[in-house]
Design a protein around this ligand. Sequence first.
Ligand SMILES: Cc1cc2nc3c(=O)[nH]c(=O)nc-3n(C[C@H](O)[C@H](O)[C@H](O)COP(=O)(O)O)c2cc1C
Length: 207
Amino acid sequence: MNKKELFLNMMHFRHACKIFDETKVINDEDLDYLLEAFRLSPSSFGMEPWRLLVIADKKIKKDLKPLCWNQNQITTCSHLIVIKIDKKSVLDDEYIKKMFARRGLSEDATKAYIKRYKEFLKNQDISCWCKKQCYIAAANMMSAAAFIGIDSCPIEGFDKEEVERYFELDTKKEEIALILTFGYRLKAAPKKQRLSKNEFVTFLKGE
Ligand SMILES: Cc1cc2nc3c(=O)[nH]c(=O)nc-3n(C[C@H](O)[C@H](O)[C@H](O)COP(=O)(O)O)c2cc1C
């Protein structure tokens, strides 16, 4: 199989898995690989505004299920990953300095870069800006999983306030962006339903 076929094969394999095989557990090495795929994801200005909670514990999953529309993925998955945004850090001078310093630029260039960053942030809804980035990393993590035969389902169907309260988050500092569930499918994936390319792609012609 060539690289394009390999990649598209992975894209076809990935589906929103509705129920996982509870007898199958993701091993530590594979879990670490998934976390590495997340870690290597791009972020705006390289600020990595995400923090993860990794949950395998049955009791926590059981507690969370009613807060997540009673979805079966929550309790049947091997691992559940809560992606949080760290609003406090991206506005914190020490954190900002640390993240920019590691680029190894001159002092002047670093100062100019930080100035641009702060100007940029003035026009952003911070929560939304952080969350958009988490979704990119989440997609990478799910693709990485599919590449080695691990199934996933992203979960937006949850009561955000209730789940944040469950984890005792100080929502001035952090919020939940998205929940991901990982494991191994119990049933075959349904047929993919997608718009055809001509329904959503427009090729603009030059002169
Ligand atoms: C941000 C996001 C949130 C989602 N939340 C849920 C969810 O809470 N429960 C669920 O069963 N599927 C959820 N999905 C899965 C979508 O319904 C699914 O990706 C879509 O129907 C396409 O199907 P496929 O992923 O199997 O190809 C979510 C997908 C995305 C991208």
